[in-house]
Design a protein. Structure first.
Length: 151
């Protein structure tokens, strides 16, 4: 009985040792080689920035977002998009996050609003100015009190 336990214990230790050897010698180098290669990397030519940016693409992304917000919310009146303060963060891969505050005086309900949306450009097309090449992938539009405004 004791002999069977010793043999089982030795076989378990040998199995664990061989498994560790195979993992270190063969599996880990393969995983490292695969993850450091560009096998899964798609270079779109559009890169993430560390902070907000202001380019032709970010302005077009903003316009797409503003047009959709205005179309969905009737309380926004007399808004001049070109004068509206907004911040755009390029996420890379032709994805953008837009945040803007719509002042109370440009809203029929006299309430300030914060809107945030995520916009994606179909970079396989040639014209970024065509609105059909853009997709809104997320949107938030919330009323806020004046003393709660985020700047």
């Amino acid at each position: 009985m004791l002999k069977n336990r010793v043999v089982s214990g030795l076989l378990l230790l040998i199995f664990i040792g061989l498994s560790y050897f195979v993992l270190i010698r063969y599996v880990t180098p393969l995983v490292v080689e695969t993850t450091t290669s560009d096998l899964f990397l798609e270079d779109t030519g559009d890169y993430r920035t560390e902070g907000p940016a202001n380019t032709a693409m970010t302005e077009t992304a903003s316009n797409v977002c503003f047009d959709e917000i205005i179309a969905q919310h009737d309380e926004i009146v007399d808004i001049d998009i070109s004068r509206l303060k907004h911040t755009v963060w390029p996420l890379g891969g032709f994805r953008y996050i837009i945040k803007s505050t719509i002042p109370a005086n440009q809203s029929s309900d006299n309430t300030s609003h914060i809107m945030v949306c995520e916009v994606t450009y179909d970079h396989t097309t040639d014209d970024p100015n065509t609105l059909d090449n853009w997709t809104i992938t997320g949107m938030s539009y919330n009323s806020v009190e004046s003393d709660q405004m985020l700047h």
